[in-house]
Design a protein around this ligand. Structure first.
Ligand SMILES: [Fe+2]
Length: 134
């Protein structure tokens, strides 16, 4: 399975947000590559880590938008919340039945949403967060 590669088109212009997003993409690549070997942490732990990281990033991004006075903060928060619920459900179904919902699928689903979200909603706050002061 091919995962999405980070390119400049995903840049929001805010170095902290970009670092968060970039690390997320790298993590998916690494976890995806490690599916082919048995080395390192168990895949269930990696998936849990990725879920935690995603939630942590949303909290941080929401604080930055708030600090920057981003006018559509509430709508953006709702999109995050909707995805938090979805990620929890995906994670749960992976834990309950790893044969039906494979780790690779969890990684791909989360990343697909994430990439789409960055290019859509996240780009809208660009003018407010671009300077990196928030
Ligand atoms: Fe976002």
């Amino acid at each position: 399975m091919e995962f999405v590669e980070w390119t400049d088109k995903y840049s929001t212009g805010n170095p902290l947000v970009d670092a968060y997003h970039h690390i997320f993409f790298q993590m998916v690549q690494e976890f995806g590559a490690s599916l082919k070997s048995d080395e390192g942490a168990p895949m269930a732990d990696r998936v849990a880590f990725l879920v935690d990281y995603t939630f942590m990033h949303f909290d941080s991004e929401e604080r930055m938008m708030e600090k920057a006075g981003y006018p559509d903060l509430e709508a953006h928060k709702q999109v995050h919340q909707h995805f938090r619920d979805q990620v929890k459900a995906i994670h749960q179904s992976y834990l309950e039945n790893p044969d039906r919902m494979k780790a690779e699928e969890v990684l791909a689903l989360v990343q697909e949403w994430f990439a789409h979200h960055i290019l859509g909603e996240d780009m809208r706050y660009k003018p407010w967060l671009e300077t990196g002061k928030a």
